[in-house]
Every structure is written in structure tokens, then in C-alpha cells.
Design a protein around this ligand. Structure first.
Ligand code: ZN
Ligand code: ZN
Length: 608
């Protein structure tokens, strides 16, 4: 009677390859390598251990004289979980053609393969097998079917399987919930979620991430709040998801409260979590708090360092980013391509031309990292900012592959700022052909003409834009107050405190006029009357958010605003003056970077 060899019991699914081979050799010596029972744990270890090649697992499997269902399921599972799902399906077909009967454990593994490979026809046949053999009502098999149909985009089929499960467990509910979320049916997901008898942490995090992934950030945060009230525990995936929502919304206080929750509920700060916290604080405008997380986290890997370097970059702390990179190297860590995106954007946002050039050279020569589109983009921005527009153009032409229109857009912006009309006009016209439906290019090109007072050309570009584009991306600004986000669009009258806000806008205008401010109307549409132009820019969304901030945010605290588009020149000037006249610190994240306004100056040094 064969027994499990005690040596093979020393193995587990993450055993290193030399250890696996040692046990294998001893089983061979004992004459047990072909014995299904004795070699079972060996097969499991070499199928699942990341250090063992799958060919080796297959060789071990082929030596087993009579492979039972356990051995067959193990090898299929190995292929499914280690990125070779098509092979897993082929093995299942081979076993079926040999007449080997599957059991209820076989189906979840092979269906997982079908889900990963999005192999719809194969999965449907396997569903047929399960029905024929009487396994389709088994809850493990049915849950795997729901997941499989969801991954193949067959939501209706997934629902049908779910409806037919006689004894559903929480995994069944979570599987269908994930299917709705993936399909973007967030209202259906909510209804289903509300009906789950015993929700677990996966249910909560699936729903919250569903909202966040579908752009419903505040709803995602509300799910998190309800979860906390219900007393259910949160997992790392959920807190990372809600942190990303707060980062996108720029809700600093909310981010802090999630951080407090993480500390009080004892969720360990892994590298993933540290990275998410640093990124959140940075994107909410608090370099100090990001830095605190960074220095206090024990498990910090390359991604946490990258988050810190990239964060310092968008805040214009270029020197600090470069110094941090030196400590990174001092720790013996290996930079990756994101590290260099951070470093190059740090140089670009701080105007460190020579350092940027050195970084760009060293990434290829010192670290063997080929520059990609983003790295070229940073370099073009860096050179453009320094007014070296022709060198930037030459760099774009050197790039392998065809350059992203975004990169030409950066150069177009540089031409606008530095008044390089000829090059700007050439790039602008090319971009209008390349991206006829992108409004930013029209705005930049008309800005270039406006600078030269070529009103006829300005009008022509504007007309072209009106003909081609039915809608412009609407601008909005967000500000956090009283624990929630307040959203403003241009000329907004919807806010409950709209009356006070407009009184504050008048007050701002009065005090700025006394200080000698004259509005610059050139970036605005030139086919509207002058007085109206002044009126329109005076109600850009960030001004409304700022007026609201001046009313509700305590005088000692900075006013933080998140804006989706690039802040316009006039608003930038006005905010600089407000920071001086009202003696307030204002921090604005716009579509391209952070602006820290203080005492009449901005950290971007007027280039953005
Ligand atoms: Zn503006
Ligand atoms: Zn600025």
C-alpha cells in the first residue's frame, strides 16, 4: 500500500526550486516518483511554486503511473495560476479525451483558465460537461461559472447561472457583484449588494472600487463610510481604492481620516499602502504629510520612493527630488522607468535643464532603461520651458516611433509662452490635422496669434473649433469643506451659498482694483464684447471655489483647490495677487501640476 512519503510533506506551494529538486531526488531514490499519492505534494509544489518552471511540473506529472483527479487538477491549476491558461484548457481536453472523469474540484480550475484566457467557446463546452456530469449545481463550480462568464463579458449568462445556484454562499454574491462592476452596471451592483445576506470585506471593497472605477468617487467614499459604521473590517484593497478616490478629489482631510482609520484598525502599512498614502498626500497638496509617511514606513520598496520623487516633482521641489534619488541609490536600490519619469519631471517643473539632460543620458547609459514616450515628454517640457524650442523639436524628431500628439502639444505651449510664432504656427496647424477634435490645440494656437495681436487668425481658429467641436471639455474646480467636496463650474449659481460667493467675488475685484490689477482678456473668446469677456473670466470655476474658500476656510489654513484644466493666465495673475492682498496661502492642482501661491508669487515661476 503506497503512502505519502514523509519527505514530500516538507514541501509547500512556495518552496524554492532547489528544495523541490532535493525532495524529488529522494523520492526517485526511494522508487516513489511514479506513485501518485507519494508524489502528490511534490507535483503541487512544482506546479505552484513561482521558482519552478512549468515544464518541470509537466515532467513530474508524466512520470506518475496512474494520475488521479488530484494530480490532474493540480497540474491544470498550476497552468491557470501561472499565466499559461491556454495550456490548462488543453490539458483538461487531453484528460477528457482519455476518459478520465473530472470531479467538482476540476471545474473551478479549468474555468479559471477559461476566464483568464477569455476562452468563451471552450468554457461553454466545459459548462456543458458540468451539466452533463451533474456538477453544475455545486456551489464551487457555479461560482467559477459566474466569474468565467463575467470575464468573457457575458453578464446575462452569469446572472442565469447565479439564479440557478440552490445554496449560494458569499462568494457567489461577490462573484456576481464583480460581474456587474466590470460591466459598468453600477446601479445593478448596488441593488445586488444591498441584498447580500452576510456581506464580507470583499463585498464592500468590490462595490467601493466599482464606484471609483466608474468615476463615482464620492459614492465610493460613502460606501467606505457605511462599511466603517457597520463595523465590518476593511482590507488593504479597499483602503487603497478609497485613498485613490480622495487623491483624485484632492480631499486632504478625508485622506487624513482614512489614514487614522488604517492606524487604529491595525492594517499593516505595506509598501503598497505606503505608496498609496504618499501619493494621496502629495496629490492633496501636502508634501509634509507625504514625507512623514515616507520616513515612518518600514516596508518601503521602489514604488514608495517613486511616489515620493514624483510627488516632489509636481510640487516643483526639483532639488529635493534629486537629493532623494541620491539616498535611494545609497540604499542599493535599482531605479525603474517610473523613477526616471519622476526625476525628469522634477527637473522640468523646476527648470533644472542641465540636471535633466544628465538624467536622461544616464537612464540609458547607466541603467539600461530605454526612454519611452513619457521620458521624451518630460525632456520636451524641460527644454521648452527653458525656451530651447528648436532643440526640443529636434529631440521629438529623434524619437523612435511616431511621437504622441501630447508631446507636440507641450512644445506648442512652450512656443506660446516664449512667443515663437513661426514654430508654434507650424506645430499648431499640424496638430489641428492630427487631432481635429482636441480643443486644447485650438486654444493654444489662438493664444499664439492673440499674443501677436493677429485677431483675424484668432477668429479663424475659433471658427474652425466651433465647426469641428460640438462640446468643449467643461472646466470645474473642487474644494473640500465641512467633510465634503464642493464642485464649481464657470458662472455657477447652483451652490447654496452662491449669494455670499458673488459678494466675495465683488469684494475681491474691488480690493484687486485698488491694488492696480487690470484683467487680461486675451485668452478668452475674442468674438464676445470686452465687458462680457471680463465678466466670463471673473467667474472661472477656480475663482468661485476660491471665493468660497475665503469665506469658509479658517484664516490660518491654506485654501486648496483641484481643477481639471490648466489654469488660465488671468486667473493665475489674480490668484497671485489675492495671495498677497488677502495674505492667504493658496494651493491649486490644475491639469498639469501644483501651484503654491504665497505673498504674490507662485511656485511654478509662471511656467505651466
Ligand atoms: Zn481662468
Ligand atoms: Zn503657478
Amino acid at each position: 500500500m503506497p503512502t505519502r512519503h514523509p519527505l514530500s510533506l516538507l514541501l509547500h506551494p512556495r518552496s524554492p526550486l532547489p528544495h523541490i529538486k532535493q525532495v524529488h531526488a529522494q523520492l526517485v531514490a526511494a522508487g516513489l516518483a511514479g506513485d501518485g499519492l507519494a508524489a502528490g505534494p511534490l507535483l503541487a509544489a512544482c506546479s505552484l511554486s513561482p521558482s519552478s518552471p512549468l515544464d518541470y511540473a509537466l515532467a513530474v506529472f508524466d512520470r506518475i503511473a496512474y494520475a488521479g483527479a488530484f494530480a490532474r487538477n493540480t497540474i491544470i491549476r498550476g497552468f491557470a495560476e501561472r499565466g499559461e491558461p491556454r495550456h490548462g484548457i488543453a490539458l483538461y481536453a487531453r484528460f477528457a479525451s482519455l476518459g478520465a472523469a473530472p470531479n467538482n474540484y476540476s471545474f473551478p480550475f479549468v474555468l479559471k483558465s477559461c476566464a483568464r484566457a477569455a476562452a468563451l467557446p471552450e468554457g461553454e463546452q466545459i459548462h456543458g460537461h458540468a451539466l452533463k456530469l451533474g456538477f453544475a449545481a455545486d456551489v464551487f463550480v457555479a461560482n467559477a461559472l459566474v466569474h468565467f462568464y463575467g470575464c468573457c463579458g457575458r453578464t446575462a449568462a452569469a446572472c442565469q447561472v447565479f439564479d440557478g445556484i440552490p445554496h449560494r454562499d458569499v462568494v457567489s454574491w461577490n462573484a456576481l457583484l464583480a460581474v456587474y462592476v466590470k460591466d459598468g452596471q453600477i446601479d445593478e451592483a448596488r441593488l445586488l449588494f444591498d441584498g447580500i445576506p452576510r456581506k464580507d470585506e470583499v463585498s464592500w471593497s468590490t462595490l467601493a472600487s466599482g464606484y471609483v472605477r466608474n468615476g463615482l468617487l464620492e459614492e465610493g467614499l460613502m460606501v467606505f463610510d457605511s462599511m466603517r459604521e457597520s463595523g465590518a473590517p476593511a482590507n488593504e484593497a479597499l483602503v487603497v481604492t478609497v485613498l485613490s478616490a480622495t487623491a483624485q478629489l484632492g480631499m486632504l482631510e478625508k485622506g487624513q481620516s482614512i489614514h487614522d482609520y488604517i492606524k487604529s484598525s491595525g492594517i499593516p502599512i505595506s509598501n503598497i499602502l505606503a505608496t498609496a498614502l504618499i501619493d494621496t498626500y502629495m496629490r492633496c497638496g501636502s508634501v509634509d504629510r507625504a514625507h512623514q509617511v515616507f520616513v515612518s514606513s518600514i516596508h518601503r520598496g521602489v514604488s514608495a520612493w517613486n511616489a515620493m520623487i514624483c510627488g516632489l516633482a509636481i510640487h516643483g521641489h526639483g532639488r529635493d527630488a534629486l537629493n532623494l534619488f541620491n539616498s535611494f541609490l545609497g540604499q542599493g536600490l535599482q531605479p525603474d522607468k517610473i523613477t526616471f519619469v519622476g526625476l525628469l519631471s522634477a527637473c522640468s517643473h523646476s527648470g533644472l535643464v542641465e540636471d535633466g539632460r544628465l538624467c536622461f543620458k544616464s537612464m540609458r547609459e547607466g541603467y539600461g532603461i530605454e526612454p519611452e514616450m513619457e521620458h521624451y515628454g518630460c525632456m520636451v517640457d524641460l527644454l521648452g520651458r527653458a525656451g530651447m524650442v528648436y532643440e526640443a523639436e529636434a529631440l521629438i524628431k529623434e524619437m523612435p516611433g511616431s511621437p504622441d500628439p501630447v508631446i507636440w502639444g507641450m512644445l506648442l505651449n512652450a512656443c506660446r509662452i516664449h512667443g515663437n510664432t513661426d514654430l508654434g504656427e507650424r506645430i499648431g496647424k499640424m496638430l489641428l490635422n492630427l487631432q481635429p477634435y482636441h480643443d486644447g490645440n485650438y486654444v493654444l494656437l489662438s493664444g499664439i496669434y492673440a499674443r501677436e495681436k493677429r485677431w483675424g487668425d484668432v477668429l479663424q481658429v475659433r471658427e474652425l473649433m466651433k465647426d469641428r467641436l460640438t462640446t468643449k471639455v467643461p472646466g470645474w474646480s473642487l474644494i473640500e469643506a465641512d467633510g465634503r467636496v464642493h464642485r464649481f463650474v464657470m458662472g455657477d449659481r447652483e451652490h447654496p451659498r452662491s449669494g455670499e460667493i458673488h459678494m466675495m467675488l465683488n469684494e475681491i475685484q474691488r480690493r484687486l482694483k485698488c491694488a492696480g490689477y487690470v484683467p487680461n482678456t486675451s485668452p478668452v473668446l475674442h468674438d464676445i464684447e470686452d465687458e462680457e469677456k471680463e465678466h466670463v473670466i471673473a467667474e472661472h470655476s477656480e475663482r468661485l471655489a476660491m471665493a468660497f474658500g475665503l469665506i469658509v476656510i479658517d484664516p490660518g489654513c491654506p485654501i486648496r483647490i483641484i481643477k481639471n484644466l490648466r489654469v488660465c493666465w488671468d486667473c493665475h495673475e489674480v490668484i497671485k495677487m489675492i495671495s498677497e492682498v488677502f495674505d492667504r496661502e493658496l494651493i491649486i492642482r490644475d491639469g498639469s501640476r501644483f501651484h503654491h501661491f504665497k505673498l504674490g508669487r507662485c511656485s511654478c515661476l509662471d511656467y505651466w
